[in-house]
Design a protein around this ligand. Structure first.
Ligand code: THU
Length: 160
């Protein structure tokens, strides 16, 4: 038997430890969360994404009476960004959860959003930083999607 271990790093920051840029991005995620359409879960999420060309794309979760037809804030933001600026690298995504619901202070994107973000990080030579905050909690940061999606499936798995 052989055990494979992957070490991942998550940084916890207090509000005053955030850089000016991260703070600006997180404020945009807060604004976006306020406009979320989440009448079924009442779990309002905002995302704001910074591209290398300095454009910022914001989004929030959009729910639907047919539940699976809704989509998370993070995927709407990254799909909008890559639809409009396909050649610009994604540098950072800030996420704000405007609800104190749930047991954990640290709330990172769901598995499907991690996979979607991973697709773009894998194809660019820059890591994508994830900055996340739940209402009333500290801020958590991952310097790469790899920290929150270890052993990910990517296009290299389809070759050969
Ligand atoms: N949601 C997000 O927008 N992002 C996540 O990473 C987790 C969940 C949304 C989907 C749904 O509208 C609500 O939060 C509850 O799951």
């Amino acid at each position: 038997m052989k055990i494979h271990k992957e070490i991942v790093e998550i940084i916890e920051l207090e509000k005053n430890e955030l850089s000016e840029l991260d703070s600006k991005l997180l404020n945009k995620a807060i604004e976006a969360s306020e406009k979320a359409y989440a009448p079924y879960s009442n779990f309002k999420v905002g995302a704001s994404l910074l591209l290398e060309n300095d454009e910022i794309f914001c989004a929030n979760n959009q729910e639907n009476a047919a539940y699976p037809s809704g989509l998370c804030a993070e995927r709407i933001a990254i799909f909008a960004a890559k639809s409009n600026a396909p050649d610009s690298k994604v540098l950072k995504i800030a996420i704000y959860v405007g609800s104190e619901k749930g047991a954990q202070a640290m709330v990172f994107p769901c598995g499907s959003c991690r996979q979607s973000i991973s697709e773009y990080e894998f194809n660019q030579d820059r890591n994508i930083e994830i900055i996340t905050q739940k209402k009333g909690s500290n801020i958590f940061k991952s310097k790469s999607i790899k920290n929150i999606l270890p052993s990910s499936f990517n296009s290299s798995d389809l070759i050969g």
